[in-house]
Ligand binder design. Structure first.
Ligand code: ADP
Length: 614
């Protein structure tokens, strides 16, 4: 796990204010206006009874008293309106900040190292970062509460100072009591963050996953036919049980916290009134002073409660902000560790020659090496076929070429330069991949191919690649053509593609991207024999003059490749042309013969079938 940073409360608070400033300055203004208005109002209403009583004590005329009361009320009204207006403006202005934060989070998810996407630590942080963006939580919580925090904090200090002028010792006692309350709350907040929010993150992730499965049409068939609902129900039941158990502890924890806090606040209240009543009895205070101090005492008492409560809330939310910061900074930390990575941004090459030098690799979190000491050169313009049984390491090999993972040992060179040196985004641009598992996105067909907005999409090229990949007729049969949406998530008229059609779509994407290096990973697994044959001819055209790597189970299909490497158990066991490997009569030749027999048998079977039909 990457090392995570813990920032203090104040640091996170300032970070949140800074985000507000950067994303929408108006939000910061709205945040700062409300406390000013609240402080004025609160002090005004604390002093108002004293003023009115002192007008009576000083025998002012009734007209003057009424006039003064109206002035006081008008001032109060103006500040009240300012406070309410800024309050209403908060949610509206926050929307921009919310969008800004969500964009940073999504950018991280889209651009992070591929390996992070299968790291449970990273995914937990991604979930926590999302939690920091829920309304009421994290940033929203801190910014929303910061207005009350500033207002109540100032009121607490001002009222304590005004009380301190009268009796210093009483003030000190109150401050000590306030601090002990703050400590209790801080303790419970931390306990709850670790014992509930953090501990629940994996459970939330599981819940989100299970929920996404139930809604995903792609899984619907298997779930029904394999009667998987039972196992999912049990999983959901377990998740719910965990949630209920943790929630009970979470609930009881807060009850205990509130009871202890209320008990201390009660002691504080009793102490304050005893002090005030005593001073009136011994004649130190007039009735108007008594009323003023009751106001100040109430203000102090309330503001201590508020400040502590808001602080504890904000502390929890600040810890979420801390998680968010760690999440969006995840890769920066890694980049510091290998400062040299990815500095070459201009990959202007004519030929693409890849060289594996003693490359070994194991997946993060696994002990077994999946590739072991691989040495291999793919000369510029070569079409390399990679063959081998399932699990031999073929896909892993191309993931390494494409820089989706880094070797644990050895180096991969592109034209003599370690691919580590290339900037990742620029490096990705080199490749046109066609994978066996193809994902459709809930976007129009053209966007599923160009991955760009309409204005940046070359529609003629989209039509051309649809033709080349054999999808033109299918897409053309829909009224909206290439503007038809895929999937029904946003559009009830959206379409679903079959496995074979998805592979054609993948080919269309690769053709549109027109990368200099073509990677084909079992690109025809879902196609029928005729379509497969046609696709191979298209591939041949597609990879003319390019460097290409082609993974296939069907050994006969590698005929358009210049060289074949055979993987077994993570190592290269044979290497050469088809003829060379056949002449060698080794593992490749054996596998080829077995497959040929199988196809021969299939061919004669299907002939027999046809005869029967006749
Ligand atoms: P092939 O493409 O030849 O079928 P792969 O390269 O996909 O083989 O897999 C090689 C080995 O690596 C297999 O044992 C597989 O289980 C393992 N493997 C593949 N992907 C992962 C992963 N993301 N995490 C852990 N192990 C993996």
């Amino acid at each position: 796990m990457e090392e995570q940073k813990t920032y203090g409360f104040l640091n996170n608070f300032i970070y949140a204010l800074n985000i507000a400033r950067k994303s929408n300055l108006k939000l910061l203004v709205v945040i700062l206006i409300k406390p000013v208005a609240n402080i004025v109002c609160k002090l005004l209403w604390s002093y108002a009874p004293k003023f009115v009583l002192s007008y009576i004590e000083n025998n002012l005329t009734i007209d003057k008293i009424i006039f003064n009361i109206i002035v006081i009320c008008l001032i109060g009204l103006v500040f009240d309106i300012i406070s309410t207006t800024s309050n209403n403006a908060f949610e509206y202005e926050y929307r921009l900040t919310e969008g800004y934060l969500e964009k940073l989070r999504m950018d991280k998810l889209f651009r992070t190292d591929f390996k992070n996407m299968e790291s449970p630590d990273f995914l937990d942080y991604a979930q926590r970062a999302k939690t920091a963006l829920y309304r009421g939580n994290g940033f929203f919580g801190v910014l929303y509460e910061s207005r009350n925090f500033i207002a109540q904090g100032t009121l607490m200090i001002v009222s304590a100072a005004l009380i301190g002028i009268q009796n210093f010792i009483i003030m000190i006692i109150f401050i000590i009591i306030s601090f002990s309350i703050a400590k209790i709350l801080a303790y419970f907040t931390k306990l709850d963050k670790e014992g509930f929010s953090d501990a629940m993150a994996p459970t939330w992730r599981k819940m989100t996953y299970l929920e996404s499965i139930t809604k995903n049409f792609d899984y619907a068939k298997d779930i029904r036919l394999f009667n998987m609902s039972k196992i999912f129900r049990r999983e959901l039941g377990d998740v719910n049980d965990t949630y209920n158990a943790m929630n009970k502890i979470h609930h009881n924890r807060w009850i205990l916290c509130n009871v202890s806090m209320e008990a201390i606040l009660l002691i504080q209240k009793v102490l304050m009134y005893t002090w005030l009543v005593y001073n009136v009895i011994v004649g130190n205070y007039q009735i108007s002073d008594f009323v003023l101090y009751v106001g100040l005492v109430t203000t102090f008492h309330d503001s201590v409660g508020y400040v502590n409560w808001i602080y504890s809330n904000m502390r929890g939310n600040c810890l979420m902000i801390n998680d968010y910061r760690n999440f969006v900074a995840w890769e920066e930390q890694k980049e510091i560790a290998s400062a040299n990575e990815g500095h070459i941004t201009n990959i202007n090459l004519d030929q693409f020659e890849f060289k594996f030098e003693n490359v070994s690799f194991k997946y993060p979190g696994h002990d077994n090496y999946v590739l072991k000491n691989v040495n291999l050169t793919i000369n510029g313009g070569t079409k390399l076929a990679v063959v081998g049984v399932n699990g031999a390491g073929k896909t892993t090999f191309i993931k390494l070429i494409m820089k989706l993972y880094e070797p644990n040992e050895g180096r991969i060179l592109l034209n003599g330069v370690d691919i580590k040196e290339y900037n990742r985004e620029e490096y990705f641009k080199l490749f046109s991949p066609v994978f066996q598992n193809v994902e459709c996105f809930a976007m129009p067909v053209y966007q599923n191919i160009s991955f760009a907005e309409e204005k940046n999409t070359d529609m003629d090229k989209v039509n051309a690649v649809l033709e080349q990949s054999g999808l033109k007729e299918k897409i053309g049969s829909y009224e909206k053509g290439i503007h038809t949406n895929l999937l029904k998530i946003f559009d009830k008229e959206g379409i679903d593609l079959s496995g074979g059609e998805k592979q054609r779509l993948a080919m269309a994407r690769a053709l549109y991207k027109d990368g200099r290096v073509v990677i084909l990973d079992e690109p025809t697994a879902a196609l029928d024999a005729l379509a497969e044959d046609r696709m191979y001819r298209e591939f041949e055209r597609m990879i003319q003059g390019k460097t290409a790597v082609f993974i296939s189970h069907r050994l006969g299909s590698t005929r358009f490749c210049d060289k074949i490497v055979m993987f077994e158990d993570g190592t290269v066991v044979e290497e050469g042309t088809h003829d060379e490997l056949m002449a060698k009569n080794g593992k490749y030749a054996y596998m080829f013969q077995i497959q040929s027999q199988y196809y021969e048998e299939k061919k004669s079977d299907s002939k027999g079938g046809k005869d029967d039909e006749k």
